[in-house]
Ligand binder design. Structure first.
Ligand code: UFG
Length: 342
């Protein structure tokens, strides 16, 4: 607390959220985490910063949000809480509209009511759907092909309307494929179930999981496997700090891609993991996964000009960090991490 402005980080116990908390704290911005701990790890908040308050609750709980704003003198919010499995969203759209749209609208209502007008939103490349052109620029058409992508697009729209009506200043950071870890502080990627390529490949190479299935090798790409823009989670985190700094006293920023501008195929990732772990990744080729566009690569131009942000880490760095974290924490975060404040 004290006089410094504090940042409310929703979803701060999650993979990207915990790195954002760490980056805020390191930049001298006290962070307060609001997280329902349904998928995140309160242990990750502890590792992100020893004196970070972690409050267990829902972001749509307006009385709670208003109380936090007053108690901690919150001046800005980074909103990462939400459901984030594209596949799950197609089978259970209501869960996604509830958690990502309805709860998000509740959060915004509480924040605006309490006078908080700076907002950084965790959006996604999923808002674009299959792109007509790569690298993808922010004003490309938004044609999400999953309910997950719909929810991110809708909340972005809400933010734009709140900017027009109430002067909300926001950045909608459209993440591409966040990857990596920070073995030093003990932060890493630990989803249950894990569905992401790099942690699955690292575990397969270490013999901790069954061989990996490559989802299709008949895409219109040079080696037939999907191409993604893997951006290091440490870089993703610093982009949030840059966005908060730019919003403080500056104009609203709108949508900004967070990617590297470089794509890597699934087979290239497997080679990087082989090099990073020092063992081959056992794998076989299976059918395509529904909803996977062949190529998703960001244009990083807007992030560079608007935020002055450019990624520092390359794929090999992210993979090396992911492998080191897994060696240090083979079972991920401990299952029971103690109660948060309430
Ligand atoms: N892949 C495999 N085998 C696996 C897992 C993944 O071949 O076992 C492939 C996927 O088909 C894809 C690539 O590896 O081509 C990356 O897949 P991830 O599941 O790691 O990541 P996605 O690109 O599907 O998803 C990411 C974020 C989502 C976000 C989406 C935007 O994790 O939150 O980008 O399109 F919505």
């Amino acid at each position: 607390m004290g006089d410094a402005r504090a940042i409310l980080v929703t979803g701060g116990a999650g993979y990207i959220g915990s790195f954002v908390v760490r980056a805020c704290v390191r930049s001298g911005m006290p962070a307060v985490v609001l997280d329902d701990a349904s998928t995140g790890h309160l242990e990750a908040v502890r590792r992100a910063g020893s004196d970070v308050a972690a409050v267990r609750g829902h972001v749509g709980d307006q009385a709670l949000v208003r109380a936090l704003v007053t108690e901690h003198r919150i001046t800005a919010c980074v909103h990462l809480a939400g459901s984030s499995r594209v596949g799950e969203s197609t089978g259970n759209p209501l869960k996604y509209f509830q958690n990502n749209v309805a709860e998000g609208v509740g959060l915004l209502e509480a924040l605006l009511g309490a006078g908080v007008r700076q907002f950084v939103f965790s959006s996604s490349a999923a808002v674009y759907g299959p792109p007509a052109q790569v690298p993808i620029v922010e004003d490309a058409a938004l044609r999400p092909i999953s309910p997950y992508g719909d929810t991110k697009m809708v909340l972005e729209r809400v933010l734009e309307r709140l900017h027009e009506a109430h002067g909300l200043r926001y950045a909608a950071l459209r993440y591409f494929n966040a990857a990596g870890a920070d073995p030093e502080s003990g932060l890493g990627e630990d989803h249950d179930p894990e569905t992401h390529l790099i942690p699955l490949a690292v575990d397969a190479a270490m013999g901790q999981r069954p061989p990996l299935t490559v989802f299709g090798d008949d895409y219109p790409t040079p080696d037939g496997t999907c191409i993604r823009d893997y951006v290091d989670v440490r870089d993703v985190a610093t982009a949030h700090v840059a966005a908060l700094a730019a919003l403080e006293g500056g104009p609203s920023l709108g949508a900004i891609n967070l990617g590297t501008g470089r794509g890597h195929s699934v087979m290239e990732v497997l080679r990087a993991v082989t090099a990073g772990v020092g063992r081959p990744v056992p794998h076989s080729v299976g059918p395509r996964r529904a909803g996977d566009p062949p190529v998703l690569v960001a244009s990083g131009e807007r992030a560079r000009t608007v935020l002055g942000w450019a990624p520092r880490y390359a794929l090999a760095d992210s993979v090396a960090a992911a492998a080191a974290w897994r060696r240090a924490w083979p079972r991920g975060y401990p299952a029971h991490t103690g109660a948060a404040e309430s």
